[in-house]
Structure formats: C-alpha cells, structure tokens
Design a protein around this ligand. Structure first.
Ligand SMILES: NC(=O)c1ccc[n+]([C@@H]2O[C@H](COP(=O)([O-])OP(=O)(O)OC[C@H]3O[C@@H](n4cnc5c(N)ncnc54)[C@H](O)[C@@H]3O)[C@@H](O)[C@H]2O)c1
Ligand SMILES: O=C(O)C[C@H](O)C(=O)O
Length: 347
C-alpha cells in the first residue's frame, strides 16, 4: 500500500515536471469522485497533510478547514497540478461548507504536547475542539469516514462516538483513531535493528496511542529477524512507545511530530479511500470499536471496505512478553476511554 502511494506520488511529480502535464489526463481521473476534508489544515500536521492529500489521485475535492490561515494554505496547495480542486474554509461559520459531502474527514485540529507533558494533558483543550467538530460532522456529513488524529486519541475517539450516538448518526464502521504513526515507527526502528530493507517490513501495533498502551507485536513482524535478542525487542518496544516523546523533546517546545504524522495520516486516509473504492484486502492498524478485548475500543489490524471497517482482525498469537504488555495496558486504556465517554456526556 505504502509502495503504491509512493508510486502515485512519484508519478504525479513526474507528470508535473513535463511541460505537457497540464493537458494530460491521469488514469486516476476515472476513479470515483471523493471529497476529503482536513480540519486543522493550517497546523503543523495539517499543512504537509494537505500537500500529501493533494498528491493523492484518489481525491477529487480537497477541503481545507481551520480557524485561521486556510486561505493561504489552500491557495498555495491549489497550484499543484494534480486532480483535486482545493478550497480553503476559515472560521466556524464556514465549517458546514467545508464538511458538506465529505467522504473522509481527517481531524488534526488541536494543541500538541510540549516537553514534560503527556498526551492526556491535552485533554482539557482538545476534548472540546473535537466535540465541536464532531457535532458539525453529524449535521453536514454524517456518513463520512472520520480519521481522528487529535490527541489524546484514546479519549478523542470515544468522545466522537458519543457525539455521534447522541445525534443518532453513529456507525462504528466509520470512526477511526489514526495509530498509523506507531506502525510507521515500529517498521523503521525494527528494520534498522534487524538490518533488513525497511520497504518490505511489516509490524502490527495494537492497543491504543499513548505510552504503554502502544503495543508493537514484533513476534509477528515480517520478515522475521532471528538476529534480535529479547533485550533488543524490549528496547524496540520502548522506543516505539516513546517515539512521540522522542520527537517532542527534540523539538524542544516547538510541538510534536508533524511531518511523519502527515505521512502516516496520508497513508491511512489513502487506505480508507481505497476501501471506499472497493479495492480488496486493504488492511491497516487503527483504534476502532472492537470486541478483540473487553474494552469497547482497541487498535488492531482492520480490513477496510466500501463502508469503512469491513472486519476487525484479531490479535493473532502473542508471546509471553506481548501478553504481559497487553495485560499492563488495559487499565490505562480503559480509564482514557471512560474519561472521553464521561466528557462527551457531561453536557
Ligand atoms: N495520532 C497521532 O499519531 C498524532 C501524531 C502527532 C500529533 N497528533 C496530535 O495532532 C494534533 C495537532 O498537532 P499539530 O502539531 O498539527 O498542532 P498545531 O498546533 O501545529 O496545529 C493544530 C491546528 O488546529 C487548529 N485548530 C484549533 N482549533 C480548531 C478548531 N476548533 N477547528 C479547526 N482547527 C482548529 C489550529 O488553528 C492549528 O492550525 C495534536 O493534538 C497532536 O497531539 C497526533
Ligand atoms: O507524541 C505526541 O504528543 C504526538 C503524537 O501522538 C506522536 O505519537 O508523535
């Protein structure tokens, strides 16, 4: 999937460098019309994500919304000679127009961490932002696939589900917490340690998206590396769990992961679009409503289809270390989920 996306980005870029590019018709123009809305499009994630979605030939309409700054981002991105029409919308009064008819809504709106903060420290601000945006989704595009990036994902996804339930629009197949960055990191770190080409690596990451709730399953990594010790697997697990903090500390007060997140968000949105378009066997990890554990939401591999989630796949066989990790994460994840549900129902 990633290779396919890179190919399509490369092919778009190659076409851009041709003088005849503007007159060429792209084969993807025969793909269905798809509107993608990005809420928080002028932010650190929003801007590169807008660029990557503009490069995606499956998108015919790209709607960029933020409380400020979107006219500039939209004008800039709109000059790229790819398929989608780009429109920027700014301010609450334009949110409805931004969302109307959207097939996929990606939400990176909200504040990022600073060093010393946990993702849960963002709850007080981001919970309200997500609640407001999801309320608008119930009115203007209740059938859209929602890709939630705003942190704490372990709570913002339950908030969204409650907002949708209250409005009578909830469809568990259409709500996703974006945990793709954990998979991206696990692949990169594993390939580096195992000394295998990263392009062919796959690592499922399950649980949630914060600290120990992020559980990479290196026992299921492909290709299986036999050259890694137990200590190295523990270190890889910890690095994956702390990947976000590694970036927050390196940025030293200037925010959290934006570029790698935009990449991960673009991969996940691309998978959603492929699923909607009927491409078979599109599988990504995501934090979704789930029966895989006793918790109502859990990240695991998910098969995407024409209605969103087609199948939530099980965890597969875990080794003892991963079983311990699973037991350890459940209480924290449960309390983050409950915190989100309680917030959404408070008013
Ligand atoms: N899921 C993940 O893996 C992951 C990875 C990285 C960051 N994040 C989270 O993504 C969020 C955004 O991070 P960032 O670095 O882009 O932050 P940022 O501050 O650079 O950008 C956030 C944008 O949201 C906008 N915004 C605020 N309130 C809004 C509203 N009501 N409607 C629309 N837009 C609104 C802001 O104007 C800003 O442009 C943070 O919560 C961060 O923790 C999640
Ligand atoms: O770590 C953060 O605060 C941002 C994001 O969740 C990440 O994993 O990079």
């Amino acid at each position: 999937m990633r290779t396919a996306m890179l190919k399509s980005i490369r092919s778009s870029l190659q076409k851009s460098s041709s003088t005849a590019a503007g007159r060429r018709s792209y084969s993807s123009e025969s793909a269905p019309e798809r509107k993608v809305a990005i809420l928080g499009a002028a932010g650190g994630i929003g801007q590169p994500l807008s660029l990557l979605m503009k490069l995606n030939p499956l998108v015919s309409s790209l709607s960029l919304y933020d409380i400020a700054g979107t006219p500039g981002v939209a004008a800039d991105v709109s000059h790229i000679n790819t398929r989608s029409e780009v429109v920027g919308y700014m301010g609450d009064e334009n949110l409805g127009k931004a969302l109307e008819g959207a097939d996929v809504v990606i939400i990176p709106a909200g504040v990022p961490r600073k060093p010393g903060m946990t993702r849960d420290d963002l709850f007080n601000i981001n919970a309200g932002i997500v609640k407001g945006l999801c309320t608008a989704i119930t009115k203007y595009c209740p059938h859209a696939l929602v890709n939630m990036i705003s942190n704490p994902v372990n709570s913002t996804v339950p908030i969204a589900s409650e907002v949708f339930k209250k409005a009578g629009t909830y469809d568990e197949k259409r709500l996703f917490g974006v945990t793709t960055l954990d998979v991206v990191r696990a692949k990169t770190f594993y390939a580096g340690k195992a000394k295998v080409p990263v392009a062919g690596v796959n690592v499922p990451v399950v649980g949630g998206h914060a600290g120990i709730t992020i559980l990479p399953l290196f026992s299921q990594a492909t290709p299986q590396a036999n050259n890694l010790s137990d200590e190295e697997i523990v270190a890889l697990t910890k690095r994956t769990q702390d990947g976000g903090t590694e970036v927050v500390e390196a940025k030293a007060g200037k925010g959290s992961a934006t570029l790698s997140m935009a990449y991960a968000g673009a991969i996940f949105a691309d998978a959603c679009l492929k699923g909607l378009n009927g491409v078979p066997d599109v599988v990504e990890c995501s934090f979704v409503q789930s029966n895989v554990t006793e918790l109502p939401f859990f990240a695991s591999k998910v098969r995407l289809g024409k209605n969103g989630v087609e199948e939530v796949l099980g965890l597969g066989a875990l080794n003892d270390y991963e079983k311990q990790g699973l037991e350890a994460l459940l209480p924290e994840l449960k309390s983050s989920i409950e915190k989100g549900i309680a917030f959404a129902n408070k008013s």
